[in-house]
Design a protein around this ligand. Structure first.
Ligand code: BGC
Length: 256
């Protein structure tokens, strides 16, 4: 028996990168999938078909995680379409590069809205559903090593991820009586579209690789395996934690 059989998971930002990797992995483990994408297009239909081919149900839910009414409606649709939602993966995230002195208000607002406010209110809608269902649930947030580590030229991104760390800790305490666990996964440098600039420029990639003790970028599958564990019954007693998936990047330090 697959370990997530009979469960249903909503994964945000699942059109590409880590979100796509998690959606596929949870489906492989037997979960039905509510696949959030920003735009319903041919790529979303292709992913839906890939997931359905794994023998589970897949609903495509196009919505912007900053649009609260659309988000709440999507949770309702997922519950109606799949019978329930047991697992929420808050994955959707963006970053915008700018030195602190040049950060524009609209970029600050967008980063905070997508990365933090969206995750917050989706967790709220999800937890209300789990409370009504009278059973526990799983909230998994994809944060970043930058929930702890400063990242020059990405101040709003770091604020949003640091905020996600405290959101996770607070919700873990508040939602424990409902049987809902809340955990973060903190990826390091993963091969995804958010890192396209870096991956395509050896002058940027080589120095980064030199800082990663394992000597390689991560893959979405490296993150997805941890998400599958956190979603499973094996992680029943795990809450209020961050699991770092970074090949050793965060704690790397050496002197010549
Ligand atoms: C960021 C990447 C960065 C990586 C390691 C991630 O959270 O999205 O841009 O390369 O952290 O610093």
């Amino acid at each position: 028996m697959k370990r997530l059989a009979g469960k249903a998971a909503l994964v945000t930002g699942a059109s590409q990168g880590i979100g796509l990797g998690i959606a596929l992995r949870l489906a492989e483990e037997g979960a039905d999938i509510a696949l959030n994408v920003l735009q319903d297009n041919a790529a979303a239909a292709e992913t839906q078909a890939r997931i359905a081919a794994l023998g589970v149900r897949c609903l495509v839910l196009p919505f912007d995680v900053t649009d609260l009414p659309a988000m709440r409606a999507a949770v309702e649709r997922a519950v109606q379409g799949l019978g329930a939602l047991h697992i929420l993966v808050n994955n959707a995230g963006i970053e915008k590069r700018a030195p602190f002195l040049e950060v524009a208000e609209q970029d600050y607002d967008r980063v905070m809205a997508v990365n933090l406010k969206g995750a917050f209110f989706l967790a709220q809608a999800f937890a209300a559903h789990r409370q009504a269902a009278g059973q526990g649930g799983r909230i998994i947030n994809i944060s970043s090593v930058h929930e702890n580590l400063p990242f020059p030229n990405f101040a709003p991104y770091c604020l949003s991820k640091g905020g996600m760390r405290m959101m996770m800790r607070n919700l873990a305490i508040e939602l424990a009586p409902l049987g809902i666990t809340v955990n973060n996964i903190a990826p390091g440098a993963i091969e995804t579209p958010i890192n396209a600039r870096l991956m395509n420029d050896p002058a940027l990639k080589e120095p980064l690789l030199a800082r990663i003790p394992q000597g390689r970028l991560g893959k979405p599958a490296d993150v997805a395996g941890v998400a599958a564990f956190l979603a499973s019954d094996d992680a029943d007693y795990v809450t209020a934690t961050t699991t770092v998936v970074d090949g050793g990047l965060l704690w790397n330090y050496a002197e010549q």
